[in-house]
Design a protein around this ligand. Structure first.
Ligand SMILES: Cc1ncc(COP(=O)(O)O)c(C=O)c1O
Length: 456
């Protein structure tokens, strides 16, 4: 031990220890370090409300939200899944030596894709029965958002015609036009409502995006353009049993899925495409290669780990169907937990809506869900809310500090519709309901006085 710190720490020691200077100095340095350790821990736990990095304890008390606090029901952030993973989740650690290379050993389509993730994706779909994966190519991307761009590229790059028109039936997911036109590609461009397109230009090349259950209105969709020269992309981000009955395995040319809506891990940015045609799959891989050189292998490992856990949990219960109400331990199962939570939220929202005349909601048909082995209905991740008395529903909700996404962003001109998220945190959802109840209990004419009441 040498240096000024060690020397100064020794100078005040009593003479009898001079013989054991080194040992005593070490002891003192250790004591200082232990003191500093506890002090730092204490001060960090005081400054951070969440020292372990885990989410705060759930507080459903709506009164704890100040009336002027903003409830963000605009964004589809799937934090509804957080309590499940907090309670039942598994931890994972990726060793520092792991995934150093750009490349995995999977070389069939792309060396950027982890073998184990492809295997887990296949077994998740086998478990749920929501998509055919046999003899299909699987491409991994940074969320289904990146895969959508990759699919646009693959379907348009060899087309000699002017930019291909990208369409989707109204109301379409609000990000489609933005993602289509953001890169200002010469290969494709946004052309709006697929219904309008059908009546005018079916002879031209086009790409139709079909989304089911549809964001924002939860309906089950089919392609609407009746042309022969188009490419189809099926966005099946919500085709999971917690949101909608699984009626048969989907089997389309290009199907997009997302970890964000499967298990809630939106931050991992993992998405996958199931593709029939090898050439299309290769072009999509090429796009991802030049775009980001693949999805982070850490994220791929995390996604594989989560999927393996979900499949393992269910395989311990035997084979499908996995009935909904067979035992209390069903809440430990991801889809059962998420189904129960969404069903409960939808019941609360519907009860609120029917208790007044101000709002209405879309109705959904019953259908037999092969995964649960019983008849269920759709509980979408978003509610497509209609204001029956007010001209502008988004504006009405804004008046009580609820942010929602107005109809115009989904290609709908009627401002009486707005979209609210059903997958926000329980705390926010509780406040959202209480503010909607206030609106519901007041008529259009006394809206302003109600605003003052809530802000008091
Ligand atoms: C219909 C639909 N498709 C795709 C996505 C994007 O998913 P990802 O997080 O995988 O990019 C969303 C996200 O909200 C969505 O609602």
């Amino acid at each position: 031990m040498s240096g000024p710190v060690a020397q100064s720490c020794c100078t005040f020691l009593v003479p009898w220890i001079t013989k054991n200077r080194i040992m005593v100095c070490l002891l003192l340095v250790n004591l200082v370090l232990i003191f500093l350790y506890f002090d730092v821990r204490q001060s960090s736990s005081l400054s951070s409300p969440n020292p372990g990095g885990k989410p705060e304890e759930i507080n459903t008390d709506s009164s704890s939200h100040a009336p002027d606090s903003i409830i963000n029901a605009d964004f589809g952030d799937p934090v509804i899944f957080e309590p499940y993973w907090l309670e039942y989740g598994i931890d994972m650690a990726i060793p520092a030596w792991h995934s150093i290379s750009y490349l995995s050993s999977h070389r069939q389509i792309s060396p950027l894709i982890e073998d184990c993730l492809v295997d887990e994706i296949r077994s998740v779909h086998r478990l749920v029965g929501n998509a055919v994966t046999q003899n299909r190519h699987i491409i991994i991307g940074a969320g289904s958002s990146q895969l959508l761009q990759a699919a646009f590229y693959a379907l348009s790059v060899n087309d000699q015609s002017p930019p291909l028109k990208v369409v989707s039936a109204c109301p379409f997911y609000s990000a489609y036009p933005l993602m289509t036109d953001f890169v200002q590609s010469k290969l494709y461009e946004w052309a709006g409502d697929a219904m309008d397109f059908e009546s005018t230009s079916t002879r031209d090349g086009y790409i139709e995006i079909v989304n089911y259950p549809n964001n924002p209105d939860g309906t089950i969709r089919h392609a609407v353009v009746n042309g022969s020269s188009g490419g189809l992309i099926h966005d099946l981000a919500y085709y999971w049993p917690q949101y909608t009955p699984i009626t048969s395995p989907a089997d389309h040319d290009i199907m997009l899925f997302s970890l964000s809506k499967f298990s809630g891990h939106a931050g991992s940015r993992a998405g996958w495409a199931i593709v029939k045609d090898l050439k299309v799959a290769q072009l999509m891989s090429k796009h991802i290669m030049f775009n980001t050189i693949g999805l982070s292998r850490d994220a791929q490992a995390r996604a594989a780990h989560i999927m393996r856990y979900v499949v393992h949990q269910y395989s311990q219960k035997g084979s499908a169907p996995y009935r909904l109400k067979t035992g209390p331990d069903n809440t430990t199962l991801l889809f059962h937990h998420a189904y129960d939570t969404l069903e409960h939220r939808w019941k609360e929202l519907r009860d609120l809506v029917v208790s007044g005349a101000r709002f209405t909601l879309q109705d959904y048909p019953l259908a037999f869900c092969t995964f649960f082995g019983e008849t269920t209905t759709t509980h979408p991740a978003f509610a497509w809310l209609k204001c029956e008395q007010d001209r502008d529903c988004e504006e009405l909700l804004n008046s009580v500090n609820i942010r929602s996404r107005g109809a115009h962003l989904f290609g709908i001109l009627d401002p009486q519709y707005t979209r609210i998220s059903m997958i926000l945190s329980l705390k926010e959802f509780t406040v959202l309901l209480s503010r909607l109840a206030l609106l519901n209990n007041s008529s259009q004419t006394n809206c302003e006085s109600m605003e003052l009441t809530t802000k008091r």
